[in-house]
Ligand binder design. Structure first.
Ligand code: ZN
Length: 190
């Protein structure tokens, strides 16, 4: 077993800690990560947690009885960034007309099938407003094929939401992802 960096939990080959990227942000985000996603080699939720502030990751599939989540939901206003046809409102429009006022954003991390399962099973999410991102921004991740043209990774979704809510540009936050990807590609080429 290769030893993992204690900070980013990656092997020395894809450890990005030397890049020293740390973003100060106010937006609070909860990532509900599907249990099968935790072991995924890219694990962009973890990278987001390392680089941004105020990010919590909860692992599971059914979050109805999740104590910390339920505590947050009883005390704060929260919205989910998740696309369900005909139901989700436009995130961008809501930002534009200044009606997006929430203490917490909730993101679901996993494939479309897995995140849908999380949403279906977790009844405590059903009363929360849903917002869909319509970014027209292409994912920079090329080593993992996206299911749709404008599908963003969890990291990129976190970045995009913070950029819109806090009205700032955070393109330099993508450096670790680019670095990891370059490392993987250079290994493939030998
Ligand atoms: Zn590291």
């Amino acid at each position: 077993m290769a030893t993992l960096c204690h900070s980013c939990e990656r092997n020395h080959f894809t450890c990005y800690c030397h890049l020293n990227i740390a973003i100060t942000n106010k937006t609070k985000i909860i990532i509900l990560r599907h249990i099968n996603e935790k072991k995924h080699f890219f694990n962009t939720a973890k990278i987001a947690q390392n680089i941004f502030e105020n990010i919590e990751i909860f692992d599971g599939e059914e979050f109805s009885k999740h104590q910390r989540l339920n505590h947050i939901l009883t005390k704060h206003k929260a919205a989910i960034i998740y696309y369900i046809d005909q139901i989700s409102s436009s995130f961008e429009k809501s930002i534009h007309n200044n009606s997006f006022k929430y203490d917490y954003l909730i993101l679901l991390d996993g494939t479309w099938k897995k995140t849908y399962k999380i949403y279906q099973l977790s009844k405590n999410l059903h009363s929360l407003p849903l917002y869909a991102i319509n970014s027209k921004v292409k994912s920079i991740i090329s080593v993992r094929k996206p299911p749709k043209e404008f599908y963003l990774s969890t990291f990129e979704t976190v970045k995009y939401c913070i950029e819109k809510i806090e009205k700032r540009s955070l393109n330099h936050s993508l450096l670790p992802i680019k670095y990891i990807q370059d490392q993987i590609l250079s290994k493939k080429k030998g």
